[in-house]
Ligand binder design. Sequence first.
Ligand SMILES: NC(=O)c1ccc[n+]([C@@H]2O[C@H](COP(=O)([O-])OP(=O)(O)OC[C@H]3O[C@@H](n4cnc5c(N)ncnc54)[C@H](OP(=O)(O)O)[C@@H]3O)[C@@H](O)[C@H]2O)c1
Length: 270
Amino acid sequence: MVDLKGMRAIVTGASSGIGEQLARQLAARGVNLVITARRTDRLDALATDLRARHAVEVDVVSLDLGRPDAPAELFARTEGAGKAVDILLNNAGFGTQDAFVEIPWERVREQLQLNVVSLTELTQLFAKAMLARGRGWVLNVASIGAYMPVPDYATYAAGKAYVRNFTEALAHELRGTPVRVCCLCPGGTATEFMAVSGQELPSALKVTLMSPERCARIGLDALFAGRRNIIAGWMNSIGMWALRFAPRRLIVRIAALVMEKPRKAKQLPA
Ligand SMILES: NC(=O)c1ccc[n+]([C@@H]2O[C@H](COP(=O)([O-])OP(=O)(O)OC[C@H]3O[C@@H](n4cnc5c(N)ncnc54)[C@H](OP(=O)(O)O)[C@@H]3O)[C@@H](O)[C@H]2O)c1
């Protein structure tokens, strides 16, 4: 196991779900943290708890990463303030379950900025600094949605496909350097994601959700083992492997069966 004690990590989207668990698990390994999201009260409570439990430094940076200037601000408030970052966890993200034409453009723009553009800019800013210092790890959180087109999550899934391809290509570019890059693809996970996206999951499917603790553990284990991509959970892994053999039109129909909003046909214009 890599000894992380005394290193510093940034966790984006640390105010809930998988991001909060990533922060908790790194703090338990002695890693100093910069935790960021918009809900300052949640971040402050987490910071107080982690300082008390693990005697680590925790800086809270309240930031809306749906704004184009936010990645540069986060870099300025960490590396720019003399705080070297060894580990970057690009976890913040959201989806919206609806027909593409029904989602207000500002919401689509914010999602692409957060899930795709800010993640990419943060990766470039911090990976450069890591390379210059001679060590570093970057975990980009995608989704199993990266493996298929998903009706009613069209831009979300397409953005996650970008994250997966971008991360795997970068991992190849950085082979032979001391900087490791890994993509985590969670399946359904019991967080606030669906409350935010507006998706009502049938009770029968709720029991299939993974815990955010387990998902975070899988991501961190893969990152520090030098993996380039990890699908969270063996059921999801088998499912994504099987998709290789299905025609794309069938894949879209299967994705629609699980993810489409029930009333969609009535809402689309004729
Ligand atoms: N849960 C799932 O089923 C699932 C499946 C596949 C992939 N994922 C991915 O896993 C990652 C974590 O999501 P989660 O499941 O843990 O959901 P979550 O509980 O809703 O957490 C999302 C985090 O992102 C932050 N965030 C949202 N908008 C932001 C913004 N504009 N600026 C800064 N931070 C923002 C939220 O904090 P604030 O609201 O306080 O800003 C929150 O901390 C996401 O990238 C998601 O796409 C989740």
